[in-house]
Design a protein around this ligand. Structure first.
Ligand code: HEC
Ligand code: HEC
Ligand code: HEC
Ligand code: HEC
Length: 178
Protein backbone atom coordinates (compact mmCIF):
# COMPACT_ATOMS: atom_id res chain seq x y z
CA UNK A 1 0.00 0.00 0.00
CA UNK A 2 1.32 3.48 -0.89
CA UNK A 3 0.52 6.89 0.53
CA UNK A 4 -0.64 9.32 -2.08
CA UNK A 5 -0.02 12.39 0.16
CA UNK A 6 3.30 14.21 0.61
CA UNK A 7 6.29 11.97 1.10
CA UNK A 8 7.06 11.20 4.73
CA UNK A 9 10.02 13.24 5.83
CA UNK A 10 12.78 11.44 7.58
CA UNK A 11 14.72 13.07 10.43
CA UNK A 12 17.73 13.04 8.16
CA UNK A 13 15.93 15.53 5.91
CA UNK A 14 16.21 18.92 7.64
CA UNK A 15 15.01 19.70 11.20
CA UNK A 16 12.97 17.29 13.32
CA UNK A 17 9.51 19.10 13.39
CA UNK A 18 7.39 17.99 16.35
CA UNK A 19 4.17 19.25 14.66
CA UNK A 20 5.14 18.72 11.08
CA UNK A 21 2.03 16.61 10.40
CA UNK A 22 -0.23 18.76 12.53
CA UNK A 23 -3.16 18.72 10.07
CA UNK A 24 -3.90 15.09 11.09
CA UNK A 25 -4.25 16.14 14.69
CA UNK A 26 -6.45 19.08 13.76
CA UNK A 27 -8.75 16.79 11.75
CA UNK A 28 -8.93 14.37 14.63
CA UNK A 29 -9.68 17.19 17.07
CA UNK A 30 -12.33 18.57 14.70
CA UNK A 31 -14.07 15.18 14.44
CA UNK A 32 -14.08 14.86 18.22
CA UNK A 33 -15.36 18.42 18.65
CA UNK A 34 -18.20 17.75 16.18
CA UNK A 35 -19.03 14.54 18.06
CA UNK A 36 -19.02 16.37 21.37
CA UNK A 37 -21.25 19.17 20.07
CA UNK A 38 -23.63 16.64 18.49
CA UNK A 39 -23.81 14.81 21.84
CA UNK A 40 -24.51 18.01 23.78
CA UNK A 41 -27.19 19.16 21.32
CA UNK A 42 -28.87 15.72 21.16
CA UNK A 43 -28.74 15.31 24.92
CA UNK A 44 -30.34 18.72 25.45
CA UNK A 45 -33.05 17.75 22.95
CA UNK A 46 -33.95 14.31 24.35
CA UNK A 47 -33.37 14.59 28.12
CA UNK A 48 -36.53 15.99 29.80
CA UNK A 49 -36.10 19.42 31.38
CA UNK A 50 -36.74 18.41 34.97
CA UNK A 51 -34.40 15.41 34.87
CA UNK A 52 -32.00 15.48 37.79
CA UNK A 53 -33.90 18.22 39.63
CA UNK A 54 -34.06 16.07 42.79
CA UNK A 55 -32.20 12.93 41.75
CA UNK A 56 -31.69 10.54 38.89
CA UNK A 57 -35.28 10.87 37.62
CA UNK A 58 -37.68 13.46 36.20
CA UNK A 59 -38.60 15.98 38.89
CA UNK A 60 -41.91 16.62 37.10
CA UNK A 61 -42.84 12.93 37.52
CA UNK A 62 -43.75 13.61 41.16
CA UNK A 63 -46.44 16.14 40.24
CA UNK A 64 -47.69 13.90 37.42
CA UNK A 65 -48.06 10.90 39.76
CA UNK A 66 -49.79 13.07 42.37
CA UNK A 67 -52.27 14.29 39.74
CA UNK A 68 -53.62 10.77 39.06
CA UNK A 69 -57.20 10.46 40.30
CA UNK A 70 -57.47 8.49 43.57
CA UNK A 71 -59.47 5.27 43.09
CA UNK A 72 -59.03 3.55 46.49
CA UNK A 73 -60.25 5.27 49.63
CA UNK A 74 -58.53 2.85 52.04
CA UNK A 75 -60.34 0.71 54.61
CA UNK A 76 -60.05 3.22 57.46
CA UNK A 77 -62.22 5.66 55.47
CA UNK A 78 -64.90 2.99 54.84
CA UNK A 79 -64.81 1.98 58.49
CA UNK A 80 -65.62 5.53 59.58
CA UNK A 81 -69.14 5.21 58.14
CA UNK A 82 -69.82 1.45 58.04
CA UNK A 83 -69.23 0.71 61.71
CA UNK A 84 -71.75 -2.17 61.66
CA UNK A 85 -69.66 -4.00 59.05
CA UNK A 86 -66.51 -3.38 61.10
CA UNK A 87 -68.11 -5.01 64.16
CA UNK A 88 -69.23 -7.98 62.05
CA UNK A 89 -65.86 -8.36 60.38
CA UNK A 90 -64.00 -8.39 63.70
CA UNK A 91 -65.73 -11.66 64.59
CA UNK A 92 -64.44 -13.63 61.60
CA UNK A 93 -61.33 -14.47 59.69
CA UNK A 94 -61.98 -11.84 57.05
CA UNK A 95 -60.92 -9.28 59.65
CA UNK A 96 -57.61 -8.83 57.84
CA UNK A 97 -59.11 -8.55 54.36
CA UNK A 98 -59.54 -4.84 53.52
CA UNK A 99 -62.93 -3.64 52.22
CA UNK A 100 -61.75 -2.71 48.76
CA UNK A 101 -60.04 -6.08 48.19
CA UNK A 102 -63.59 -7.38 47.75
CA UNK A 103 -65.64 -4.28 46.90
CA UNK A 104 -63.11 -2.84 44.46
CA UNK A 105 -61.91 0.78 44.32
CA UNK A 106 -64.63 2.95 45.90
CA UNK A 107 -63.06 6.37 46.53
CA UNK A 108 -65.90 8.00 44.56
CA UNK A 109 -68.51 6.32 46.78
CA UNK A 110 -66.62 7.33 49.93
CA UNK A 111 -66.55 10.96 48.76
CA UNK A 112 -70.23 11.02 47.84
CA UNK A 113 -72.15 7.99 49.13
CA UNK A 114 -75.54 9.50 48.32
CA UNK A 115 -74.98 9.60 44.57
CA UNK A 116 -72.39 6.83 43.98
CA UNK A 117 -73.71 3.40 44.97
CA UNK A 118 -71.18 0.53 44.98
CA UNK A 119 -71.92 -2.15 42.38
CA UNK A 120 -73.31 -5.49 43.61
CA UNK A 121 -70.68 -8.20 43.79
CA UNK A 122 -70.87 -11.59 42.11
CA UNK A 123 -69.73 -13.93 44.89
CA UNK A 124 -69.25 -16.88 42.52
CA UNK A 125 -66.42 -14.88 40.94
CA UNK A 126 -65.24 -12.93 43.98
CA UNK A 127 -64.93 -15.73 46.55
CA UNK A 128 -63.43 -18.15 44.05
CA UNK A 129 -60.69 -15.64 43.30
CA UNK A 130 -59.22 -16.33 46.73
CA UNK A 131 -60.74 -19.68 47.76
CA UNK A 132 -60.74 -21.86 44.62
CA UNK A 133 -58.76 -24.99 45.51
CA UNK A 134 -55.27 -24.95 44.05
CA UNK A 135 -52.36 -27.13 45.07
CA UNK A 136 -50.06 -24.10 44.78
CA UNK A 137 -51.84 -22.47 47.73
CA UNK A 138 -50.60 -23.11 51.28
CA UNK A 139 -52.40 -26.07 52.90
CA UNK A 140 -53.61 -24.00 55.86
CA UNK A 141 -55.50 -21.60 53.62
CA UNK A 142 -59.24 -22.47 53.48
CA UNK A 143 -60.05 -23.58 49.95
CA UNK A 144 -62.82 -25.49 48.21
CA UNK A 145 -63.55 -26.86 44.76
CA UNK A 146 -66.30 -24.28 44.27
CA UNK A 147 -68.30 -26.23 41.65
CA UNK A 148 -68.64 -29.24 44.01
CA UNK A 149 -68.85 -27.24 47.23
CA UNK A 150 -71.54 -24.70 46.36
CA UNK A 151 -73.59 -26.76 43.91
CA UNK A 152 -73.96 -23.61 41.84
CA UNK A 153 -75.63 -21.68 44.69
CA UNK A 154 -74.24 -18.19 45.38
CA UNK A 155 -71.65 -18.31 48.18
CA UNK A 156 -73.42 -15.64 50.24
CA UNK A 157 -76.58 -17.75 50.40
CA UNK A 158 -74.81 -19.72 53.14
CA UNK A 159 -71.80 -17.60 54.12
CA UNK A 160 -72.03 -14.04 55.44
CA UNK A 161 -69.21 -12.38 53.45
CA UNK A 162 -68.04 -10.23 56.37
CA UNK A 163 -68.02 -13.15 58.81
CA UNK A 164 -67.71 -16.20 56.61
CA UNK A 165 -67.69 -19.08 59.11
CA UNK A 166 -71.11 -20.71 59.14
CA UNK A 167 -70.74 -22.40 62.56
CA UNK A 168 -70.19 -18.98 64.17
CA UNK A 169 -73.36 -17.81 62.53
CA UNK A 170 -75.32 -20.68 64.12
CA UNK A 171 -73.89 -20.16 67.63
CA UNK A 172 -74.57 -16.43 67.33
CA UNK A 173 -78.17 -17.12 66.27
CA UNK A 174 -78.87 -19.56 69.11
CA UNK A 175 -76.98 -17.44 71.62
CA UNK A 176 -74.75 -20.42 72.54
CA UNK A 177 -71.05 -20.08 73.26
CA UNK A 178 -69.41 -22.93 71.38
C1 HEC B 1 -69.22 9.12 54.20
C2 HEC B 1 -69.75 7.83 54.63
C3 HEC B 1 -69.36 6.62 53.77
C4 HEC B 1 -68.12 6.20 53.45
C5 HEC B 1 -66.78 6.85 53.74
C6 HEC B 1 -68.28 4.94 52.75
N1 HEC B 1 -69.62 4.65 52.66
FE1 HEC B 1 -70.42 2.97 51.81
N2 HEC B 1 -72.28 3.69 52.10
C7 HEC B 1 -72.58 4.88 52.77
C8 HEC B 1 -74.03 5.05 52.75
C9 HEC B 1 -74.77 6.23 53.37
C10 HEC B 1 -74.55 3.94 52.06
C11 HEC B 1 -76.01 3.65 51.79
C12 HEC B 1 -76.33 4.20 50.44
C13 HEC B 1 -77.60 3.61 49.91
O1 HEC B 1 -78.16 2.77 50.57
O2 HEC B 1 -77.94 3.99 48.79
C14 HEC B 1 -73.44 3.11 51.69
C15 HEC B 1 -73.56 1.91 51.01
C16 HEC B 1 -72.51 1.03 50.77
C17 HEC B 1 -72.64 -0.29 50.22
C18 HEC B 1 -73.93 -1.01 49.90
C19 HEC B 1 -74.55 -0.57 48.63
C20 HEC B 1 -75.84 -1.35 48.44
O3 HEC B 1 -75.85 -2.23 47.63
O4 HEC B 1 -76.77 -1.06 49.19
C21 HEC B 1 -71.39 -0.83 50.14
C22 HEC B 1 -71.02 -2.21 49.62
C23 HEC B 1 -70.47 0.18 50.63
N3 HEC B 1 -71.19 1.29 51.01
C24 HEC B 1 -69.12 -0.01 50.72
C25 HEC B 1 -68.24 0.98 51.09
C26 HEC B 1 -66.81 0.85 51.03
C27 HEC B 1 -66.07 -0.39 50.60
C28 HEC B 1 -66.27 2.04 51.46
C29 HEC B 1 -64.80 2.43 51.52
C30 HEC B 1 -64.15 2.51 50.24
C31 HEC B 1 -67.38 2.91 51.79
N4 HEC B 1 -68.54 2.24 51.55
C32 HEC B 1 -67.24 4.18 52.28
C33 HEC B 1 -71.68 5.72 53.36
C34 HEC B 1 -70.30 5.64 53.25
C1 HEC C 1 -64.40 -10.95 51.70
C2 HEC C 1 -64.95 -9.94 50.86
C3 HEC C 1 -65.51 -8.69 51.52
C4 HEC C 1 -64.87 -7.84 52.38
C5 HEC C 1 -63.44 -7.93 52.91
C6 HEC C 1 -65.81 -6.79 52.68
N1 HEC C 1 -66.98 -7.02 52.03
FE1 HEC C 1 -68.68 -5.92 52.17
N2 HEC C 1 -69.69 -7.28 51.10
C7 HEC C 1 -69.13 -8.37 50.46
C8 HEC C 1 -70.17 -9.10 49.74
C9 HEC C 1 -69.95 -10.33 48.90
C10 HEC C 1 -71.37 -8.42 49.99
C11 HEC C 1 -72.77 -8.81 49.52
C12 HEC C 1 -72.96 -8.55 48.06
C13 HEC C 1 -73.05 -7.09 47.73
O1 HEC C 1 -73.69 -6.33 48.48
O2 HEC C 1 -72.46 -6.68 46.71
C14 HEC C 1 -71.04 -7.28 50.83
C15 HEC C 1 -71.95 -6.34 51.29
C16 HEC C 1 -71.61 -5.16 51.90
C17 HEC C 1 -72.54 -4.10 52.25
C18 HEC C 1 -74.05 -4.08 52.04
C19 HEC C 1 -74.81 -5.11 52.78
C20 HEC C 1 -74.35 -5.40 54.19
O3 HEC C 1 -74.12 -6.60 54.48
O4 HEC C 1 -74.22 -4.50 55.02
C21 HEC C 1 -71.80 -3.09 52.82
C22 HEC C 1 -72.31 -1.78 53.36
C23 HEC C 1 -70.41 -3.52 52.84
N3 HEC C 1 -70.35 -4.78 52.27
C24 HEC C 1 -69.37 -2.79 53.31
C25 HEC C 1 -68.12 -3.29 53.56
C26 HEC C 1 -67.07 -2.57 54.28
C27 HEC C 1 -67.20 -1.18 54.82
C28 HEC C 1 -66.00 -3.40 54.36
C29 HEC C 1 -64.68 -3.16 55.09
C30 HEC C 1 -64.82 -2.82 56.51
C31 HEC C 1 -66.36 -4.63 53.66
N4 HEC C 1 -67.64 -4.51 53.20
C32 HEC C 1 -65.52 -5.71 53.49
C33 HEC C 1 -67.81 -8.75 50.51
C34 HEC C 1 -66.85 -8.18 51.31
C1 HEC D 1 -59.08 -11.18 48.95
C2 HEC D 1 -59.14 -12.59 49.26
C3 HEC D 1 -60.43 -13.15 49.80
C4 HEC D 1 -61.68 -13.09 49.25
C5 HEC D 1 -62.11 -12.36 47.98
C6 HEC D 1 -62.54 -13.88 50.07
N1 HEC D 1 -61.82 -14.41 51.12
FE1 HEC D 1 -62.50 -15.76 52.47
N2 HEC D 1 -60.72 -15.69 53.43
C7 HEC D 1 -59.63 -14.92 53.05
C8 HEC D 1 -58.62 -14.99 54.08
C9 HEC D 1 -57.28 -14.29 54.06
C10 HEC D 1 -59.13 -15.87 55.07
C11 HEC D 1 -58.45 -16.23 56.40
C12 HEC D 1 -57.55 -17.39 56.22
C13 HEC D 1 -56.97 -17.80 57.55
O1 HEC D 1 -56.36 -16.94 58.20
O2 HEC D 1 -57.15 -18.95 57.92
C14 HEC D 1 -60.44 -16.31 54.63
C15 HEC D 1 -61.24 -17.21 55.31
C16 HEC D 1 -62.46 -17.68 54.84
C17 HEC D 1 -63.24 -18.74 55.44
C18 HEC D 1 -62.86 -19.56 56.68
C19 HEC D 1 -63.43 -18.89 57.88
C20 HEC D 1 -63.06 -19.58 59.17
O3 HEC D 1 -63.37 -18.97 60.22
O4 HEC D 1 -62.45 -20.66 59.16
C21 HEC D 1 -64.39 -18.88 54.70
C22 HEC D 1 -65.52 -19.86 54.95
C23 HEC D 1 -64.32 -17.89 53.65
N3 HEC D 1 -63.16 -17.17 53.76
C24 HEC D 1 -65.33 -17.69 52.72
C25 HEC D 1 -65.32 -16.68 51.78
C26 HEC D 1 -66.46 -16.31 50.98
C27 HEC D 1 -67.80 -16.97 51.02
C28 HEC D 1 -66.03 -15.29 50.17
C29 HEC D 1 -66.87 -14.48 49.18
C30 HEC D 1 -67.96 -13.71 49.80
C31 HEC D 1 -64.64 -15.01 50.47
N4 HEC D 1 -64.27 -15.85 51.47
C32 HEC D 1 -63.88 -14.08 49.82
C33 HEC D 1 -59.51 -14.22 51.88
C34 HEC D 1 -60.53 -13.96 51.00
C1 HEC E 1 -75.17 -24.58 50.64
C2 HEC E 1 -74.41 -23.77 51.53
C3 HEC E 1 -73.03 -23.32 51.06
C4 HEC E 1 -72.73 -22.64 49.91
C5 HEC E 1 -73.65 -22.20 48.79
C6 HEC E 1 -71.31 -22.38 49.97
N1 HEC E 1 -70.77 -22.92 51.12
FE1 HEC E 1 -68.83 -22.80 51.69
N2 HEC E 1 -69.23 -23.93 53.34
C7 HEC E 1 -70.49 -24.37 53.71
C8 HEC E 1 -70.37 -25.08 54.97
C9 HEC E 1 -71.52 -25.70 55.75
C10 HEC E 1 -68.98 -25.07 55.33
C11 HEC E 1 -68.35 -25.67 56.58
C12 HEC E 1 -68.56 -24.76 57.78
C13 HEC E 1 -67.68 -23.56 57.76
O1 HEC E 1 -66.46 -23.72 57.85
O2 HEC E 1 -68.18 -22.46 57.65
C14 HEC E 1 -68.32 -24.33 54.29
C15 HEC E 1 -66.96 -24.06 54.28
C16 HEC E 1 -66.30 -23.26 53.35
C17 HEC E 1 -64.91 -22.89 53.38
C18 HEC E 1 -63.92 -23.31 54.45
C19 HEC E 1 -63.24 -24.56 54.04
C20 HEC E 1 -62.15 -24.95 55.03
O3 HEC E 1 -61.30 -25.75 54.66
O4 HEC E 1 -62.12 -24.40 56.15
C21 HEC E 1 -64.66 -22.10 52.33
C22 HEC E 1 -63.33 -21.45 51.94
C23 HEC E 1 -65.90 -21.95 51.61
N3 HEC E 1 -66.88 -22.65 52.24
C24 HEC E 1 -66.04 -21.18 50.47
C25 HEC E 1 -67.20 -21.13 49.73
C26 HEC E 1 -67.29 -20.46 48.44
C27 HEC E 1 -66.13 -19.75 47.75
C28 HEC E 1 -68.57 -20.59 48.03
C29 HEC E 1 -69.17 -20.10 46.71
C30 HEC E 1 -68.54 -20.62 45.52
C31 HEC E 1 -69.29 -21.36 49.05
N4 HEC E 1 -68.43 -21.65 50.06
C32 HEC E 1 -70.63 -21.69 48.98
C33 HEC E 1 -71.66 -24.13 53.03
C34 HEC E 1 -71.79 -23.49 51.81
Amino acid sequence: MRFSGPAIQTPAHGKNHVFKDIEHLIRLAAVMAIGLIAFIVLRAAVVPRSFGQYGHYRGAAIAEAAAHPISYAGHTVCEGCHTDVVEQKKLGKHVGVPCEACHGPLAKHADDPASVTPPKLDTAVLCARCHEANSAKPKWFPQVVTADHSGGVACDTCHQPHKPRIEDEKTAASGRKN
